[in-house]
Design a protein around this ligand. Structure first.
Ligand SMILES: NC(=O)C1=CN([C@@H]2O[C@H](COP(=O)(O)OP(=O)(O)OC[C@H]3O[C@@H](n4cnc5c(N)ncnc54)[C@H](O)[C@@H]3O)[C@@H](O)[C@H]2O)[C@H](O)CC1
Length: 481
């Protein structure tokens, strides 16, 4: 399991560790030795010339410990404090020890050369914008012909949001201490991390946000039932599609019947049936314009290929008054309260739809996707699936996951409909809503990743996605995460 921590959470963890007897000096030692191990895995240290630029905080302290390990191992390494000597107590003590071993340091970086430059200037304690001095250092570092390795967070990138200073370090690699920081998954900051590696420092993992995985024992990939019949695997209601957008309903229905749904009823416009039925002969049809007999379904999805009009709003209000879990997508998403809902609600907006739901700007949502989705989920008591690269899944208890499967091949109209269908099928078959949602997003992304292994991403049609569901399920079953 991989974990995500905000800057404040890291500070709290450090304080807690200190109160339990694990002091920051020891944690810094663990960070430095972990960094050294990772560096020796990534580089033939005897053939490299290292320059470590260390800041005044604990990020710089990690750099001091790393410098000591490199020097002790006989590597060519220069430690430099371009913004002044360390100010924090553990970093100062590590510098004392470093000097006591007879090692020296520089304070002027601009004439120094190296093949690998380590950015230990600022980490989780960054506040933006950068000072002029830091900006100049970053500009210089970015202009050097060397591999750039950042410690924890590239200097100039925010820890908790996608914000970056204009002179942010563009790292080739980032060695992330203890756990991922939100900015690793938020653009533009995410694009400055390069290749990330995690450095364990021996602290227990306590984050409520993790990176999504699918368990090999999850009902999403296991399909068992002695004496099973079509009722065993649930009956889904999909309220989707119009005369002008029958394809959305077809894509969602395909996703659903390909993911283990026992039965599926599509409530749609009569004119849409010929298109849907030509692709999904398994489905049944219903032409009501309201919600009838909701109790006879295991779960309900609404909104694919529907306009966000009054008729849709009426349907959503009826859905919120019944008790079966409901997925709201596309036309079913609107600015409204879910606080009086009698059912579990999952909303699946893309950033534009989420902006419409919340009254916020899309660009602000994108910079702070994890926080925005989480805040909405907690306030409204719903599950939010905020789609996009690194889809964010926020639960109403404040926990959540970031999904790392999927690629640019999914950036096409119709991909989200397939996801809604997969989600509906898994929700019908799962006892855990949380597991159903995160598994659906993971498997949907994995379909696109499997496609891209041998085929161009631009040629992936949303209509192809369901064909890869069997391969995605089998892969997860065999992997056994
Ligand atoms: N549990 C862990 O994960 C551990 C992580 N470690 C490392 O510690 C840093 C966080 O250290 P902290 O001292 O809190 O912050 P920084 O080193 O990032 O910097 C603080 C320092 O920088 C100044 N500063 C902040 N913003 C700016 C700016 N925009 N321009 C100029 N200067 C700025 C600020 O005033 C302070 O002086 C974490 O990233 C890990 O690398 C521990 O070593 C082990 C435990």
């Amino acid at each position: 399991m991989l974990y995500i921590y905000k800057g404040e959470e890291i500070k709290k963890i450090d304080r807690q560790a200190e109160s339990l007897g694990m002091d920051s000096f020891t944690l810094m030692e663990a960070a430095g030795s972990g960094l050294f191990r990772q560096l020796t895995d990534d580089f033939e240290t005897s053939k490299q010339c290292f320059l470590i630029l260390a800041g005044k905080g604990n990020n710089g302290g990690d750099g001091i410990v790393l410098a000591r390990y490199l020097k002790t191992a006989g590597a060519s390494c220069t430690l430099c404090f371009p913004a002044g000597l360390p100010k924090t107590e553990p970093a100062r003590r590590h510098l004392d020890y470093y000097e006591a071993l007879g090692y020296s340091y520089e304070t002027e970086p601009f004439n120094l050369t190296a093949t690998v430059m380590i950015d230990a200037l600022l980490g989780a304690g960054t506040s933006l914008p950068l000072s002029t001095e830091m900006k100049n250092l970053c500009v210089w570092l970015n202009s050097q012909k060397a591999e750039r390795v950042s410690i924890d967070v590239p200097t100039g990138a925010s820890t908790d949001t996608g914000n970056c200073d204009s002179s942010v370090i563009h790292a080739h690699k980032t060695y992330i201490v203890h756990g991922y920081k939100p900015s690793r998954f938020l653009y533009p900051a995410a694009s400055c991390y390069g290749e990330p590696s995690l450095i364990e420092i021996g602290l227990p993992q306590t984050a409520r946000w993790t990176i999504s995985t699918v368990s090999a024992t999850s009902p999403s990939v296991q399909f068992k039932g002695s004496n099973a019949h079509k009722g065993t695997f649930g009956h889904g209601l999909l309220i989707a599609g119009t005369k002008s957008m029958p394809g959305s309903a077809a894509l969602a229905a395909l996703g659903c019947v390909s993911s283990g749904a026992g039965k599926l009823t599509v409530q749609t416009a009569e004119e849409a049936v010929s298109v849907i039925a030509s692709h999904v002969p398994e489905a049944m049809y219903d032409f009501h314009t309201g919600v009838e007999d909701a109790h006879s379904f295991s779960a309900i999805a609404a909104g694919c290929g529907r306009p966000a009009d009054d008729a849709m709003e009426d349907i959503v209000q009826q859905l919120l008054q019944q008790e079966k879990p409901v997925i709201l997508d596309a036309g079913a998403l609107a600015p409204r309260s879910y606080k009086a809902a009698k059912c579990s609600v999952i909303v699946t907006p893309h950033p534009g739809e989420f902006a419409r739901m919340t009254g916020k700007q899309t660009k602000d949502i994108q910079l702070n996707r994890i926080q925005e989705a989480s805040q909405y989920a907690v306030e409204q008591g719903v599950t939010v699936v905020l789609k996009g690269e690194y889809t964010v899944i926020a639960f109403s208890d404040g926990s959540g996951v970031v999904n790392t499967t999927g690629n640019e091949g999914l950036s096409k109209g119709g991909s989200g409909d397939t996801l809604t269908g997969i989600l509906l099928a898994l929700l019908m078959r799962h006892s855990s809503l949380e597991e159903a949602v995160k598994d659906a997003v993971y498997l949907h992304g994995l379909c696109a990743d499997i496609w891209k292994r041998n085929r161009p991403a631009q040629a992936l049609r949303p209509f192809n996605l369901h064909d890869w569901i069997p391969a995605a399920i089998s892969e997860q079953k065999e992997r056994g995460d």
